[in-house]
Design a protein around this ligand. Structure first.
Ligand code: F6R
Length: 244
């Protein structure tokens, strides 16, 4: 694993965007695995800026997102589909039919997950998969469990995840309790993994995930087995990791 240290959120965003920039430049028809949450917002801003300056072309790019809340329509401002349009898709020349997320409107979990697995197979391996990390070590919405779920599945969100995500909703009660998420195998299939993390709040879990035992109780720890992981994090997030 390579670790890139940055001073603050803006520098994390610029450095991470540079990595995505080089993947897109080398392979204009690349498959980008994308994430939502607060960590990637600055990266998307930076990619939009580079696009507006004429340095990036999204016309041949395919995107697959990690996850979506079950029960939210894509027009719902809290849905990840909406977030992706707001933060990236509507600002660049990506073709909407090449942007994929699990279908939060599909009430039949098995149907929704099979459909997304099929989409992932058709898209092919992600050239790069962007990840944030939850305080409990979740990646995508793969919460601590007794095994590593392989493919897209429906999860009951952990209390701590609902708490953490309540900041994006008017009240805690509005946070959906379930989500569809890529499985660990879907994530590990990516040719390259780019994780970003900011702030003191992520310091303990980063240490556990990358310098502790590999266990499904800390889903991100599986990344220790991936041959090509880059972690871009600020000094606070790296403060508990040894030799950083
Ligand atoms: C989002 C996702 C989550 C977040 C994680 C960290 O698509 O899959 O795993 O990456 O919850 O969220 P932030 O970046 O808000 O700290």
């Amino acid at each position: 694993m390579r670790i890139i240290k940055a001073r603050d959120y803006d520098e994390v965003s610029r450095k991470a965007a540079n990595i995505i920039f080089s993947v897109m430049t080398e392979k204009p028809d690349c498959v980008l695995g994308l994430a939502t949450g607060s960590s990637p917002v600055g990266i998307y801003k930076e990619l939009v800026r580079r696009y507006e300056e004429g340095d990036l072309d999204f016309s041949k790019v395919t995107t697959v997102n990690l996850d979506e809340y079950k029960g939210l329509d894509r027009e719902d401002p809290q849905s990840y589909a909406y977030y992706m349009r707001e933060n990236l898709f509507s600002h660049v020349n990506i073709r909407s039919e090449k942007t994929f997320l699990p279908d939060g409107r599909e009430a039949d979990s098995q149907k929704a997950c099979e459909a997304y697995n099929q989409i992932l197979r058709q898209a092919g391996r992600q050239d790069i998969q962007l990840l944030g990390i939850g305080h409990d070590g979740h990646i995508g919405f793969n919460e601590p469990a007794d095994h590593f779920p392989k493919e897209t599945h429906c999860v009951d969100l952990a209390e701590s995840t609902i708490e953490a995500n309540a900041r994006f909703f008017e009240s805690r009660e509005q946070v959906p309790t379930q989500a569809y998420t890529m499985g660990i195998q879907n994530i590990m299939a990516a040719k390259q993994i780019l994780m970003v993390a900011n702030g003191k709040g992520k310091a303990k879990i980063l240490k556990e995930a990358f310098q502790g035992p590999i266990t499904p109780q800390i889903p991100a720890s599986i990344l220790q087995l991936h041959p090509n992981v880059i972690l871009v994090a600020d000094e606070e997030a790296l403060s508990e990791m040894e030799s950083c």
